[in-house]
Design a protein around this ligand. Structure first.
Ligand code: 2P0
Length: 349
C-alpha cells in the first residue's frame, strides 16, 4: 500500500490479493476468525486496486462514506469496528505524547471516499482491497503506526492479507479474542519476479451468493469443509510455503489448482449448493489442463474465488503462449474484454 499525508486529509491505495490456499468459513462471525489459515499473493498496486481518501474536519457534522461514488451506510458493523479500533489506537498513542496540546483531529468527524478500478463484488477480492485500504488510510490520517492486519481482518477476513505485499499467510490463530489471527509476509514480491498473474474476467456481474453468507452456510452444512479445514489445509499451507520459498512452480501450480478445486467442491457440498463457476470457467480449467498435458509439466495454474472469473498463474516465459492458446479457444471478437491484464505480484505498502 502507499499513502500521501496532508494535514487532516490522506489518500492511499491498496491492491487486491489472490488466495492460493483459500479461506472459507469462520469460527467467530463477529471478530472474523477463520476455521483455517490461508495464503495469498498480493498483486501489484498499480493494477487492480482500491483508492481511498479520508478527511477530518471540524465542519463535518457526522462520519460519512462513499463507495464508487455512492454514499453507503457508515453504521455497518464492520465499518464501525474498523473506525472504532483505529480511533481507540489513535487515542492511546496520543495520550501522554507531546502532541496532546495541538488541535486534535480525533474530535472531528471523517468523510471517506473509496473507489475500485475493477468490478466490485464480482469475486475479485474487492472487499479485501477495500477494507485494507480503509484501515491503512484511517491509520495514516490519525498517525497510527501499528500492526494493522488485525483491524483489517475485522472489516473483511481476506483484507488482512492485502496489508502486506508479496506472498502472505493469514495465520488462523488459536485465541478467542483474535489477537493471534494475523497476516504475515512469507516472502516479498521481489522473491519471485518471474511469477505472473493473468486475470480473466468472465463476468463482471455481482456474485449470486456473497462470501459472508456463503461461507456461513458451508460451515453449517458441509462435512467436506470441516474435513478440509482440519485434515487438508494445515499440511497444504506448509507445502505451499515451501514451494514459494523454493520458487517451485510445479508444486505451487499443482497446490493452487487443487486448493481452488477443493474450495469449489465444498461449495457444491454446501446445502443448498453454491455454484460460483460457470461453463466458461470450466472451459478455462480444461484449457489449462490440456496446455499442461501437452508440455508434460505444470506451466500454468488456475484459481477461482467466489465467482466465475479466473486468475491464472504462470512464469513470464509462458504468458504469450498461453494467451495465444486462450485466444484460440475464446476468440477476441466474442470475448473482447475477457483479458483484463497481465500483472506481476507487487508490494502492498
Ligand atoms: C479467499 N475468499 O481466501 C477466499 C476464497 C473467497 C474465496 O476470502 O466474510 O470477502 O468478509 O470475511 O473475506 C472472500 O471472503 O469474507 C474470501 P468475509 P471475504 O480469498
Amino acid at each position: 500500500m502507499s499513502g500521501e499525508r496532508r494535514p487532516a486529509a490522506v489518500t492511499c491505495t491498496a491492491p487486491i490479493n489472490i488466495a492460493v490456499i483459500k479461506y472459507w468459513g469462520k469460527r467467530n462471525e463477529e471478530l472474523i476468525l477463520p476455521i483455517n489459515s490461508s495464503l495469498s499473493v498480493t498483486l501489484h498496486q498499480d493494477q487492480l486496486k482500491t483508492t481511498t481518501s479520508a478527511a477530518a474536519s471540524r465542519d463535518f457534522k457526522e462520519d460519512r462514506i462513499w463507495l464508487n461514488g455512492r454514499e453507503e451506510n457508515i453504521n455497518q458493523p464492520r465499518l464501525q469496528s474498523c473506525l472504532r479500533e483505529i480511533r481507540r489506537l489513535a487515542r492511546k498513542r496520543r495520550s501522554g505524547s507531546e502532541e496532546e496540546s495541538t488541535p486534535c483531529i480525533l474530535s472531528y468527524r471523517v468523510h471517506i471516499c473509496s473507489e475500485n478500478n475493477f468490478p466490485t463484488a464480482a469475486g475479485l477480492a474487492s472487499s479485501a482491497a477495500g477494507y485494507a485500504c480503509l484501515v491503512y488510510t484511517l491509520a495514516t490520517l490519525y498517525g497510527v503506526e501499528t500492526e494493522l492486519s488485525e483491524i483489517a481482518r475485522q472489516g473483511s477476513g481476506s483484507a488482512c492479507r492485502s496489508i502486506y505485499g508479496g506472498f502472505v499467510q493469514w495465520l488462523m490463530g488459536e485465541r478467542d479474542d483474535g489477537k493471534d489471527s494475523l497476516a504475515q509476509q512469507i516472502a516479498p514480491e521481489s522473491h519471485w519476479p518471474e511469477l505472473q498473474v493473468l486475470v480473466l474476467v468472465v463476468s463482471a456481474e455481482r456474485k449470486p451468493v456473497g462470501s459472508t453468507a456463503g461461507m456461513q452456510t458451508s460451515v453449517e452444512t458441509s462435512p467436506l469443509l470441516k474435513h478440509r479445514a482440519e485434515a487438508v489445509v494445515p499440511d497444504r499451507v506448509k507445502e505451499m510455503c515451501e514451494a514459494i520459498r523454493q520458487r517451485d512452480f510445479e508444486r505451487f501450480g499443482q497446490l493452487t489448482m487443487k486448493d481452488s478445486n477443493q474450495f469449489h467442491a465444498t461449495c457444491l457440498d454446501t446445502f443448498p449448493p453454491i455454484f460460483y463457476l460457470n461453463d466458461i470457467s470450466r472451459c478455462i480449467i480444461h484449457v489449462v489442463h490440456l496446455f499442461n498435458t501437452y508440455y508434460g509439466q505444470t506451466k500454468v495454474a488456475y484459481t477461482f474465488d467466489a465467482g466465475p472469473n479466473a486468475v491464472i498463474f504462470c512464469l513470464e516465459q509462458t504468458v504469450d503462449e498461453f494467451v495465444s492458446a486462450l485466444r484460440c479457444c475464446f476468440p477476441p471478437e466474442s470475448n473482447g474484454d475477457m483479458f483484463l491484464k497481465g500483472l506481476p505480484a507487487g508490494p502492498a505498502v
